[in-house]
Each structure stands twice: as C-alpha cells, then as structure tokens.
Design a protein around this ligand. Structure first.
Ligand SMILES: Cc1cc2nc3c(=O)[nH]c(=O)nc-3n(C[C@H](O)[C@H](O)[C@H](O)COP(=O)(O)OP(=O)(O)OC[C@H]3O[C@@H](n4cnc5c(N)ncnc54)[C@H](O)[C@@H]3O)c2cc1C
Length: 423
C-alpha cells in the first residue's frame, strides 16, 4: 500500500505546466493554488488584471488534488438551519447559489476544455439509523414546499438495493443534480487554463508575511518580496497565522481516504450500479464512490485531527469499508492519504477582508463546487466587476483561541461520536 494520493499518481502534475519566477510587482497576489485561487485567477485575468498565484508546494498540492471529487448540491450546513439563521430570502439565495456553483464547474470544464470526467451522477445520502431515514420524507417535502426543488427522492431500504450493493443502511435520499469529477485532472486543468489566460503560477513560494505598503502590500515569500496592489488568501484548511485573524476564523480538519485495487466490472456494477456519489448520515460520516478506473474510494474522518498515521488510518478505514461492503473483504487497499479541509464555527463559507487582505474559505467538505464558484466571484470583486457576494453579507465569528484547536478538538470529537451513538 502506498501512502500517496491515488489521483495525482494516476494524473500527475503536467510536466509542461508553465510556472514562473516570483515577479516584482503584480496587481493581485493570490496565496494558494487550489480551486479558490485558480478560479479567482481566471476571473481576474478575464477582467485584465495581472495575477500571480503563490503556492508553498506544487500547484494544486492542497485539498484540491486530494478530495473525493464529489461536486455536491447545497452547503454543509443544512438548508432549514440556513433559513432559520438568515431568513427565507437569504436562504433561497444561498440554495440557488449552491446549485449555480455546480453549474459553474460544469461550464468551466466545458469552456476551458478540462477533461476531468465531470458527470452529473447524482448523490445518495445513506441513513445510518432508522431515525435518520424517518427524516428524509420530511426533507423532500420541505425542499418542495420551500424551494420548489423536486430533484430529491426517498428510497426505502429495499429500494436502495438498485443504488448500492450494501445492506447496512436504512434507506436513502437521492439528489439528481450532484456531480463527480477527477480532482487532480480538474485542478491541473484549471491551472493550465489560468496560465493560458496569462496568470503567473509560482511554485515553492511560501508566503511568510503580508505588510501594508504605500500602494498596496509587500508580500514576503521564501523566494523574495512581491509588491501587490491587492492580496487574496485562498488557503482554506491550510491557513496558518500569516494573517492571524484569518486563522482565528477557521479550523483545519483532517479527512482520510483509501482506494482499493481496480474491481471487476461485475463487482463495480454490484456495489454502485448507477455510479452515484455516496455519503452517510453520521456526524463522523463516511463518503465513497467508484473512481473512473473502477476502484472503490472510501473516505471519512477518524477524529478531527490532521496528522494520523496513514497506515493506521487505512486499517481503520478498510474495516469500516468492509462493514459496508463485505464483498470487498480481501481486496487490496492500494493507497491511503489525507488532506485538510477548513471549517468555520457556523459551518458556512466566508469571504471578506481583514486589514485590507481579501480571503475566501470555510467550505467544510463541499469545496469542489463552492470553492470554485466563490473563487470566481471573489476574483470578480477584486477586479471591480462585482461589488459584493452573498457570503460577504454574513457575520464571520473569529476567536483568539481557535489556533489552539488541537487542545480542545479531541473533546469536540468525543462529543460528535457520542451524538452519532445516541441521535
Ligand atoms: C480528503 C478530502 C476529501 C474531500 N472531499 C470532498 C468532496 O468529495 N467534495 C467536496 O466538495 N469537497 C471535498 N473536500 C474539500 C475540498 O477539497 C476543499 O474544500 C477545496 O479543495 C478547497 O480548495 P481551496 O483552493 O480553497 O484550498 P486548497 O485546495 O486546500 O488549497 C490551499 C493551498 O494553499 C497553499 N498554502 C497554504 N499556506 C500557504 C502559504 N503560506 N504560502 C503559499 N501557499 C500556501 C497550500 O499549500 C494549498 O495548496 C475534501 C477535502 C479533503 C481534504
């Protein structure tokens, strides 16, 4: 078993990706080369601004090349909660925005010719307990009544058999509009597109400090200093204290994935006859799908920590996978890896400005579509082509204790596990 990312082994960073030296001056410096940063870079270039994308490792190195490749409808926070918190008008706008985010990915890959196996597969939420299944019908009604959204459907335990070759779940809730893609093909395709449109991609440039200057900012990196008129921090789960109050508004959380060896076509058909994206209804949820080359990709969180041993993680994840799919007992696990996603206190994405520095983050495991669309909109805001964005209008809580999360996240973890047992 390799402790490397399956996606980038299958589709490595293209050798011909045009990267640049650190320029001396630029209109906009973007820190982070994932979906947020690259979509922002594309939007800025289309508006004529000069852009440098600064990446501490190699392009796309963060969550954007490591994820499950599920472009899901909605936000992480449940829509009825969003409605309650922000009111019906904002709630409706958030829902439509999240649908538009999936469409944005679809349109971008088509317009830029990114061959990332994007497909509207739909997703199914799997009821981990009978009580979770009981809530599904009510949810379908709520979406119909409140949002006139009729692309959800409920499946009983027996109906679920046409969707998944597993007996451990108590029913399912489907959504036709979610999609699948190959994360590495998508992020490297975005990088190629951004470079083609004239963005500078600077690898191995660790941003260490950002200071105000007379005309904009001085961005101190491991490769030298860059003068930028504007700065966008697009580091999500990899956000550090470079801008202290940004780290105070987000928790990095580890997510872990394994893949099996390729399965026979008949076993693929048995496990996932319609090629859906799946996740279950626990707090510590598992998510899984077939890869385009027919492996089972199975992911989730063990606790909230970001640094678990990948061999130990694979052992636990494989045990969980075999509980779900006993058919996979004895099938070799070929890859085990992890990455960091970013969670804000309210589970909402956030964009804003602190001491003049722009930021967009907090996708909470929904970033394939949301980081992409928010990146585009923030790019448009920086280019002056848009004045605001939905997420800029909501409060973003920040606390000085957030960076010490390794001290208290084990307690949060234990609480969530308890909730999974009792609720
Ligand atoms: C294992 C896993 C599975 C996931 N599955 C899904 C899924 O199926 N569906 C879904 O919607 N979402 C999923 N997500 C979440 C999704 O991948 C992220 O929300 C999304 O990729 C975030 O994109 P981003 O561009 O904001 O950040 P990232 O892609 O994480 O990029 C941030 C970049 O910033 C760079 N950086 C950080 N600090 C500095 C610095 N000081 N200087 C220079 N560069 C810096 C990092 O190196 C990194 O490359 C998953 C995440 C993980 C980890």
């Amino acid at each position: 078993m390799k402790t490397t990312v399956f996606w980038t082994e299958e589709f490595p960073r293209p050798a011909d990706l045009p990267t640049s030296e650190l320029p001396e001056t630029i209109d906009v410096a973007i820190i982070g080369s994932g979906y947020t940063g690259l979509n922002a870079a594309l939007a800025l270039r289309k508006a004529g601004a000069s852009v440098a994308v600064l990446e501490q490792a190699t392009i796309g190195w963060g969550a954007s090349s490591r994820n499950g490749g599920m472009a899901l409808t909605g936000l992480k926070e449940e829509m009825p909660v969003v409605f309650k918190r922000y009111g019906a008008e904002m709630g409706r706008a958030f829902w439509q925005w999240a649908l538009d985010a999936v469409a944005h990915v679809e349109q971008t890959v088509a317009a830029e010719g990114i061959a990332c196996e994007f497909a509207r597969t739909g997703h199914v939420t799997l009821a981990f307990k009978p009580s979770h299944y009981a809530r599904f019908a009510e949810e379908v009604r709520w979406f119909h009544d409140t949002l006139a959204y009729d692309d959800l459907w409920v499946m009983s335990k027996s109906e679920l058999r046409s969707e998944i070759g597993a007996d451990v779940y108590h029913g399912g809730l489907g959504d036709r509009n979610s999609a699948a893609l190959h994360p590495a093909r998508y992020v490297f395709g975005l990088a190629q597109a951004a470079a083609r449109h004239g963005a500078l991609l600077v690898e191995h440039a660790v941003v260490k400090r950002i200071a105000r200057a007379r005309l904009g900012f001085l961005v101190a990196t491991s490769q030298g200093i860059l003068n930028a008129r504007e700065v966008l921090v697009a580091t999500n789960g990899y956000t550090t204290n470079v801008v202290a109050s940004l780290r105070q508004g987000i928790f990095p959380v580890g997510s872990y994935i394994i893949t099996t060896a390729p399965l026979s076509v008949s076993l693929q058909q048995e496990l996932s006859p319609r090629g859906r994206m799946f996740f279950d209804s626990k707090n510590f949820l598992n998510y899984f799908r077939l890869t385009p080359d027919g492996r089972m990709l199975f992911g989730g969180r063990h606790d909230l920590s970001t640094s678990l041993d990948l061999t130990e993680s694979a052992r636990k994840m494989q045990a969980r996978m075999v509980e779900v799919f006993p058919q996979l007992a004895g099938v070799p696990v070929t890859h085990s890896w992890s990455g960091k996603l970013g969670l804000a206190f309210d589970l909402m994405p956030h964009v804003g400005r602190v001491r003049g520095v722009h930021y967009a983050y907090g996708y909470a495991g929904h970033g394939v579509s949301i980081a992409s669309y928010l990146g585009k909109e923030v790019g448009e805001m920086l280019a002056g082509a848009r004045t605001t964005n939905l997420f800029a209008q909501i409060n973003h809580a920040r606390y000085p204790f957030t960076p010490y999360d390794q001290l208290y996240l084990p307690l949060v973890s234990a609480w969530l596990r308890l909730l999974d047992r009792i609720s």
